[in-house]
Ligand binder design. Structure first.
Ligand code: TYD
Ligand code: MG
Length: 461
């Protein structure tokens, strides 16, 4: 017999509790337990369900089925993040802050696929059919042979999809879906999990690719967070700064391709436009000779991207000086400052330190250590770095600069954009591969000498 039980589910981590508590024992979040009603099978029935003796069939790795070609949207930035197009029969989750442009991106991708002759269904639970039409008109895609529906109930959606068997289904958004098999309200962990599971199962069974759009909570996780990420084949995050026009699509999980790949878009009057050369965008307005600024040659997936790192050191009126970081890890900033203090004698006592990665990009590579150090040293000495210089390298606690991966690709990109010097781990004066960059620095102490030396040579000339 099926009996109903009241359970309390943490909306942050999805763990289930027997009774209400102010704080979730599993993840430590406060006020996240919400009462839900779950169906529980009682003992004798569950025993009856367990079928004995029915085995499963095993097969070998070698099979004669040829994989279906990937669905290419023709939006190169999107296809690359997916690993070369959407794999038929896969389930993708596209997450991001509300209003960042997820619906716009997926409508553009869906329309492009529909124009190329694939059957595509767009199900909107947030907007009416007229609103989606108006958006498509604004994007110049009103003629795309896309099938639209505004629906939030999972049952009718899956039934229609089974008969239609489209190549791609977009569900916007996952949080609006609900299934009447559960008593919980739409958007709760139980509903999101159940709906995602049903749609994922449908995708695998019928070979239609399913894209689920999901909103991110203020903690930066997709609501119903971990519970959905493990179910789907790929997770893409669409992020960006609302103050800036550009948006970054970042692959964080991909069963059929590389992760850490990014796609860069610019939001404009007519939707999202691809940015094929992001370095030029992130370096925009960064002039040579700016004090406290260093150009970092980083890697985003397989692509080198140049960004500007800015630092400001200012006298602090506070007892405990401020350390404010935007776009980088504050723990690593503390480490770089400690190394500069210990190895170069630069004191940050009584000074506020501000660090900003220009353009709103978030950097997580340790290779940015040296660029941060260079920006800090430049600000501390009140001197610009040598002109046309890119900086990258990981700093060890000893003060040594460690080599980072893909040095050649980073230098090539810098050379392409007109840089002539590079500060990174290498022998002094060595010219790397086929680039024309002069490489310097193998030690942090030399960094401050270099900046100080540049000051002297500037004042002499
Ligand atoms: P939307 O795709 O609705 O965001 P999400 O689905 O992630 O919530 O994007 C909404 C924002 O995008 C809105 O602030 C307006 C902006 N926008 C443009 O600037 N140009 C456009 O052509 C479109 C369609 C949207
Ligand atoms: Mg939307």
């Amino acid at each position: 017999m099926v009996k109903l039980a009241n359970i309390f589910v943490c909306q942050s981590c999805g763990s289930v509790h027997g009774k209400w508590a102010g704080r979730c024992d599993s993840c430590g979040s406060w006020n996240t337990l919400i009462e839900e009603i779950a169906e529980q099978s009682s003992g004798p029935k569950s025993k009856a369900i367990t079928r004995r003796g029915r085995g499963i069939e095993f097969t070998s790795l070698q099979g004669d089925s040829t994989p279906l070609p990937r669905l290419k949207t023709g939006i190169a930035e999107f296809d690359r993040v997916c690993g070369g197009g959407i794999v038929p029969g896969c389930a993708l989750l596209v997450g991001g802050d509300p209003g960042i442009g997820k619906s716009t991106l997926m409508l553009q991708a869906a329309a492009k696929l529909a124009i190329s002759g694939k059957s595509v269904i767009y199900i909107s639970g947030e907007e009416s059919v007229d609103q989606v039409r108006a958006r498509a008109k604004r994007l110049g895609l009103a003629d795309a042979p896309l099938q639209l529906a505004a629906e939030t109930s999972l049952g009718p959606i899956v039934d229609s999809l089974k008969s239609e068997r489209p190549d791609l289904v977009i569900v916007d958004s996952m949080q609006t879906l609900w299934t009447d098999a559960l008593g919980a309200a739409p958007g709760t962990v139980a509903q999101v999990r159940a709906c995602a599971q049903d749609l994922t199962r449908f995708a695998k069974k019928h070979g239609s690719a399913v894209v689920l759009i999901g909103h991110v909570t203020k903690e930066g996780q997709i609501a119903g967070p971990r519970v959905v990420e493990h179910m789907v084949d790929g997770v893409l995050y669409f992020e960006g700064d609302r103050a800036h026009q550009f948006r970054i699509l970042r692959g964080v999980k991909n069963r059929f391709g590389p992760t850490d790949e990014i796609g860069v878009f610019e939001m404009g009057e007519r939707g999202l436009a691809e940015v094929a050369n992001p370095s030029s965008l992130f370096l925009d307005g960064c002039e040579n000779g700016t004090i406290g600024s260093a150009v970092f040659a980083g890697m985003e997936g397989t692509r080198p991207v140049l960004t500007e790192v800015q630092a400001l050191i200012a006298p602090s009126p506070l007892g405990t000086p401020r350390r404010a970081v935007v776009g980088w890890d504050s723990g690593r900033l503390a480490m770089v400052m400690a190394v500069l203090e210990a190895r170069c004698g630069i004191s940050f006592a009584g000074k506020d330190v501000y660090l900003n990665v220009a353009g709103g990009l978030k950097i997580s590579e340790p290779a940015a250590d040296l660029a941060v150090a260079a920006a800090l040293v430049s600000s501390a000495f009140d001197q610009p770095l040598p002109p046309k210089t890119v900086v990258f390298g990981e700093i060890a606690l000893s003060g040594a600069i460690r080599q980072v991966h893909r040095t050649g690709a980073r230098l090539k990109e810098a050379s392409k954009l007109g840089f002539t010097n590079a500060m990174t781990h290498t022998q002094d004066g060595k010219r790397e591969l086929d680039t024309h960059l002069e490489c310097t620095i193998a030690n942090i102490a030399k960094l401050s000498n270099l900046v100080a030396g540049f000051e002297r040579s500037e004042s002499v000339s």
